[in-house]
Design a binder for this molecule. Structure first.
Ligand code: GLV
Length: 331
């Protein structure tokens, strides 16, 4: 890059026009107003000559891509999850990688709770029944589901979003709380929530409503598969707002078909936006298209934070939310 030239950045997906305008005030910007999902080859071609990129979970950043673009200095994810980014590969090359924590915590927890409730109370299934014109009479057992209040909430992955869901369950709905996480909550947080840390086996057995909020990695791939589903109560629900791939969707479809658990709420899928077709035919699953953080205010806050990170990373500032705060800065 010529010393006087402004840095060039790629904005890989459509985003609020105001955010693009702000970036144009600082950078040469190549944007994607049509919101086409570029192939990896096209994404790589467009990265040529760019010092930074504002990306989403749809763009994969790995060692091969980084080596093809040694001029790249910052990749700023508009998502809290960053399984699409090889962070050690970025850090090893002095590339700053950032995500968008905190700004989406409460919104995502609202959605996770809503999806759990919709699942337990059979809202999607009963709405489809009504729309089909099949509602002709009241019946004592029509769409009977399971209670949320007073039930046992299980949380797998007790980070910021897990804790926000737990607060809703405990303080809003009088739920009992069990959780499993690599590290335990501080004793005062456990006490405030009445939370009980349990091993994964006990979590599966004890939960009336199990919510997954853990990051996706090789370690958490298929953390919920046939064996785990078999260990759950037949009356239990499973809600996944974390990432596709944490649940073995084929095993889940089979468990739902055989009523080995009562129902599932899924906002994320293996291989999304494609999904296992078996899920589409099942009545006892609520399916949403990865929208847990999708309120106008929160998506705007995520875009602003991603832009803050990009501007800081490329103009000598301190990015507010680096994934690896120890990454050495490159000139
Ligand atoms: C959405 O899935 C996110 O990670 O922000």
């Amino acid at each position: 890059m010529n010393k006087t030239a402004r840095p060039a950045v790629l904005v890989a997906r459509a985003v609020f026009p105001e955010v693009i305008e702000r970036l144009r005030g600082v950078f040469e910007v190549e944007a994607n107003p049509d919101d086409r999902v570029w192939s990896r080859a096209e994404f790589s071609t467009r990265l040529a000559g760019k010092q930074g990129a504002l990306i989403t979970g749809s763009e994969r950043i790995d060692a091969e891509l980084l080596d093809a673009h040694p001029q790249l200095r910052a990749v700023c994810n508009m998502a809290v999850g960053y399984n699409n980014i090889d962070v050690p590969a970025c850090s090893a090359r002095g590339v700053v990688a950032t995500n968008t924590p905190d700004v989406l915590t409460e919104t995502t927890a609202d959605f996770g709770f809503a999806l759990m409730m919709a699942t337990a109370r059979r809202m999607a299934e009963s709405e489809r029944f009504l729309r089909r014109g099949e509602w002709t009479k009241w019946s004592y057992d029509m769409f009977t589901g399971s209670d949320i209040h007073g039930a046992t909430l299980g949380v797998l992955g007790m980070g910021r979003i897990g804790q926000a869901i737990a607060r809703r369950g405990v303080h809003g709905f009088g739920m009992k709380l069990v959780y499993h996480n690599r590290s335990r909550l501080a004793p005062e947080i456990e006490a405030a929530l009445g939370a009980r840390w349990v091993g994964k086996a006990e979590l599966l057995e004890a939960s009336d409503h199990l919510v997954l909020v853990l990051p996706y990695s090789a370690e958490s791939h298929h953390a919920i598969g046939a064996a785990e589903l078999a260990a759950m109560k037949p009356s239990a629900t499973l809600t996944n707002i974390a990432r596709g791939g944490i649940v073995d969707d084929a095993a889940l479809a089979q468990a739902l078909r055989e009523h080995r658990i009562a129902a599932a709420g899924l906002d994320v899928f293996e291989g999304e936006p494609a999904l296992n077709p078996a899920l589409l035919d099942l009545p006892n699953v609520v399916l949403t298209p990865h929208i847990a953080s999708a309120t106008v205010a929160t998506r705007r806050a995520m875009a602003d934070l991603a832009a803050d990170n990009l501007v800081a990373a490329l103009t000598g500032g301190t990015p507010p939310t680096p994934i690896d705060p120890g990454v050495p800065r490159r000139a």
